[in-house]
Ligand binder design. Sequence first.
Ligand SMILES: Cc1cc2nc3c(=O)[nH]c(=O)nc-3n(C[C@H](O)[C@H](O)[C@H](O)COP(=O)(O)OP(=O)(O)OC[C@H]3O[C@@H](n4cnc5c(N)ncnc54)[C@H](O)[C@@H]3O)c2cc1C
Length: 501
Amino acid sequence: MDRAGKSDVKVDVAIVGAGMGGLIAAIEAAGMGARVTVLDKLGPMIGKGIKAHGFGWFGNETCRAGGGGLDQVEPEMPVEELLALHRKQGWGRVDLELLRLFHERVPGDIRWLRDDLGLPFTSTGSLFGSILLQTVHVKGRGPGLMRFLYQAAEKRGIEIRFETKVLELLTGDLGEVIGLRERDAGGTRDIHAGAVVLAAGGFEGNNEMMLRYVGPQITYGAVISGCPTNTGDGHQMALEAGAQLANMSVCHINTTNQLLSEGPTRRLRNIWPGGIYVNKEGQRFIDEGTADSDTLSNAIAYQPGSVAALIFDERARLKDPEAYAAYPYKDKLIRSAATIEKLAETIEMPSAQLRRIVNEFNAAVKEGKAPSAGSGQAPGLPIPKTREAHRLETPPYYAYYPVVPGLNHTLGGVKINTAAQVIDRENRPIAGLYAAGSMVNWSFGKPFTVAGVTSYMGNYHIRSSKKGGALGGLSTALVFGRIAGERAAQAAIKKPKRRKS
Ligand SMILES: Cc1cc2nc3c(=O)[nH]c(=O)nc-3n(C[C@H](O)[C@H](O)[C@H](O)COP(=O)(O)OP(=O)(O)OC[C@H]3O[C@@H](n4cnc5c(N)ncnc54)[C@H](O)[C@@H]3O)c2cc1C
């Protein structure tokens, strides 16, 4: 082993990854009196790292903050009802114990961020204009959140070392985790720790793992809108320590574009369902009325060249003119024209084909009485549109092109229990090893089939006809980061119990 003159050190809790999950775990563990060190292979707050740490919305699906904001968080849906919905829609793949714990804790943990740590929230409000997704927003969004957490960690005496890559876990004779091996510009060394928390993010940046677990279309068809340096190192280290992985094929994908900015499903949420999506050959490929953003983005990955155009008209735009006006990338990404033929020319699509597909679509539309409420159908087409179908006949016409699928992060990962302990392949906790954040298996939802490929609806989302919901990655990193930090500190300070075999 190359030690380059570096001597080994001893801490109570060693944490892999300085994202939301790792920093929250660190702050919690330090609060319990543990000596904590956090290691991250990236430099602090650079490039995409900022973006990959999220936009800074915290959401959950049972709580709706009333007029009193965070102090009056009320369940929107009884937890039992929600769990039953997950049980039904998750096809038995949902960890209901973790989900229950998450829902019980999340309002209090968000208040802890505000009251104990002093994180400034700008507002409470609904996500993307939806009345169903109640969220709180962090001042400065993702970068603001991360800067705040670095400072909070430093104030508590937590050592954060950037540009330091964790290579492997150290294990004892009984398989318990006793530390890790890391490397920075000065060489390699071992850190002996009473407990290790893995919070190393997803594996979206690792082609080999993406091909193995997810498949070629998403690996090559989607651009990485998350963090390309999240390469599944934590998953690999956990596997070597005997961990169980679950739901590894599930990813969170959203529409994006060549700027890697927020695509139509994020920022034109009320407008895009009123249009149609066509691929490069001018063919529709999805029921835009039922697709959520993940479904749509998955489907685009399977189209020729993995690109699509969103075609809409003035009537659709007028469903949310404020969102359209506020969309910062429209001059670069959205073209308009007085006719469908001219619009086709602006996106280099055969104009006769686009005209034909729009005519065919228009002829099938049965307008509903209240289009703004989502009615209107276009049945009888090779791919019907079951909601929000209205004729594209009000000029000017618009083309958002190219829309491409953006891989935010993977969602499958290591199995943990309610104490955030990593579970081994015999279903026992691995002593000394905890995990939090997006490397933990946190995927729920109903499998759906698009273009012959079965995937999952909306990553950590479930939806019924009445309710929508989101378990944001930041909220789950918060809840399980706190638990991991607390339990790791307890184990480290009191000496963990060893596994029996
Ligand atoms: C564009 C985008 C927008 C998002 N917006 C939201 C939002 O608004 N609300 C929300 O709730 N969620 C959002 N998410 C999801 C959310 O950002 C993530 O779920 C959350 O940040 C995950 O935190 P984490 O700590 O698990 O991982 P990360 O923040 O990815 O941190 C993992 C860290 O581990 C480090 N690491 C990896 N391997 C090693 C190694 N071998 N050694 C040392 N360090 C290592 C990485 O460098 C990285 O810094 C968004 C995600 C993206 C990509």
